[in-house]
Design a protein around this ligand. Structure first.
Ligand SMILES: O=C(NCc1ccc(CNCc2ncc[nH]2)cc1)c1csc2nc[nH]c(=O)c12
Length: 246
């Protein structure tokens, strides 16, 4: 997959392109990662990328031309059909389904805004879709773009160790994750649940599924609404509630 970002702060993206699983994917060439700074496409001495809003009001708006030229440069570098996404508080909510969908694309161009946003005519002429990562106010689109990059790269074949880990990623099957433990077996008087030390893999599988179901119901009941529970899951959830005196 080819990814290009259009941003005034390209150096921010090192967080995903130079570290961890995503950094390794870039290093291995599973993903190519480029960036284009609209400031490099300005033609005035002050390299102006923003201007005051028509109609007045606070803040500044990003000018069309530098963005459009940066996007054109990105298009020129990528495979012909690139999906162009603008990260925006006005966008549709990014989720796992969208990450899976974007992972099918041959190339992605992610446009991150600053200031109050971009001239609407840029959106009309260049952007295929707008994505938000949630209902809170960020200082720009870069962090949101990195969230999208990380979630999408993880879904590419060959990126994660054994394929199963992507499937086991409980968001993939709509549940929150179970608790995790590692050495020591007792830490400051707190012991690891015996079941995990039992070596009984079926018992461990059931315990983990019970915990995932119970925690999902307690913390994110909305995730269970769209999900039919198997007979085993219903049984385990009932057990969890008994154990928690729910
Ligand atoms: O560029 C982003 N944010 C910068 C930003 C933040 C606030 C405003 C000002 N909005 C005024 C307003 N809001 C409602 C009515 N009027 C403009 C731009 C961003 C990209 S994706 C994303 N996902 C979640 N949160 C985000 O902030 C983002």
């Amino acid at each position: 997959m080819q990814i290009a970002v259009v941003s005034l702060f390209p150096e921010m993206f090192g967080a995903v392109s130079e570290h961890g699983v995503t950094g390794r994917a870039v290093g291995q060439g599973l993903v190519t990662f480029g960036h284009h700074n609209p400031r490099d496409y300005t033609d005035d001495r002050h390299r102006t990328v923003d201007d005051r809003p028509f109609g007045g009001g606070p803040g500044m708006v990003m000018k069309i031309a530098p963005l459009q030229q940066a996007i054109a440069a990105a298009r020129a570098q990528l495979a012909p059909v690139a999906r162009v996404i603008y990260l925006s508080p006005q966008g549709t909510r990014f989720d796992h389904a969208k990450a899976l969908e974007l992972a099918q694309a041959q190339s992605l161009i992610l446009v991150a805004g600053r200031y109050e946003g971009v001239d609407e005519r840029l959106l009309e002429s260049e952007i295929d879709e707008e994505l938000s990562i949630g209902d809170y106010v960020l200082s720009g689109g870069e962090l949101a773009a990195m969230v999208v990059v990380d979630a999408v790269i993880r879904q590419l074949p060959g990126v994660l160790g054994h394929e199963l880990s992507a499937l086991e990623d409980s968001f993939a099957d709509g549940l929150l994750d179970c608790p995790h433990y590692t050495r020591p077996e007792v830490y400051q008087g707190r012991a690891v649940p015996d079941v995990l030390l039992s070596g009984d893999h079926e018992r461990i599988r059931r315990w983990r599924l019970k915990q995932a179901l119970g925690r999902t119901q307690q913390r994110r009941p909305d995730l269970l609404e769209g999900r039919t529970l198997t007979a085993e899951e219903q049984e385990l959830l009932a057990l969890y509630r008994q154990e928690q005196d729910l």
